[in-house]
Design a binder for this molecule. Sequence first.
Ligand code: GYE
Length: 308
Amino acid sequence: VLLKSEIPVVPPPSKSYVLGFSQLGSESTWREANTSSIVEAAEEAGISLMMRNAEQSQKKQFEAIRFFIRNNVDVIAIAPVVQYGWEPILKEVKQAGIPVIILDRSVNVKDSSLYVTFIGSDFYEEGVKAAKYMLDKMRHRTGTVKIAELQGTVGSTPSIDRGRGFRETIGTAPDFQVSLSQVADFTVAKGRKVMSQFLELPREEWPQVLFSHNDDMAIGAVEAIEEAGLRPGEDLVIISIDGTRRAFEQMKEGKINAVVECNPLLGPLLMQATNEIMAGRTLPKQMVPEEDIFTQEIASDEVEKRKY
Ligand code: GYE
């Protein structure tokens, strides 16, 4: 006679769903963490993942999505490289009867029934947090404070909204001026290049603050600032967004002043949403992870805890 605890547990028969995921690229540390999180969470959830890397091309994303339709996947998830131009392809997916989850960056479409839910951060709020930190940090400064901005990918939601949140927050403070602003594509190499170009300008045009739309560009900029013989974090106040471990290390060393967190670990939420859609449940239109801002005072305590 078998004791109850010895009866082998047979898992209930379950269909394994197929999730097609169009990842926009592999430009940054954030993106790598995002991709790994999705791969791991799919494995854990027993969902089979069909993933394509679009290498920053919206056209390649369209191709991937059509490939997923042809393969008759159960759900399609898209991390969109840019905000506009999604209506036609989303209509194709709708016609094929496949539910869509928008992940990480949001899309700008009139008909919100074209996707089930958006899982990702409030980028506007991140820009606001960055600006509030700066206003407080520079409150004793006299004269105009010149700010340099490193923008991410042109047309991408995080770049548009972070820039807007930051500007609208300093808008009422006439002593603060975004005097330099350039696109650096969210990469370390471009961040370094653009920052060194800024520092080739005459000295009186040099900024006192750098606002970088992500950590990787800030890390590149730190190198350029040091090459120019300046002390990042002291001669220039540096604020960036993401919260990578590397950025925390630089914050601990005093080279970055503040980092606004943007959580890339969206895999578990994505798998949960996939399962709920397949179970016929309704989801909220937007799911936003909790996020914080970190400064040098707590960088040492926090650096080891960073998961990406
Ligand atoms: O901040 C940046 C990445 O879309 C939120 O893209 C994401 C951004 C992130 O390349 O590092």
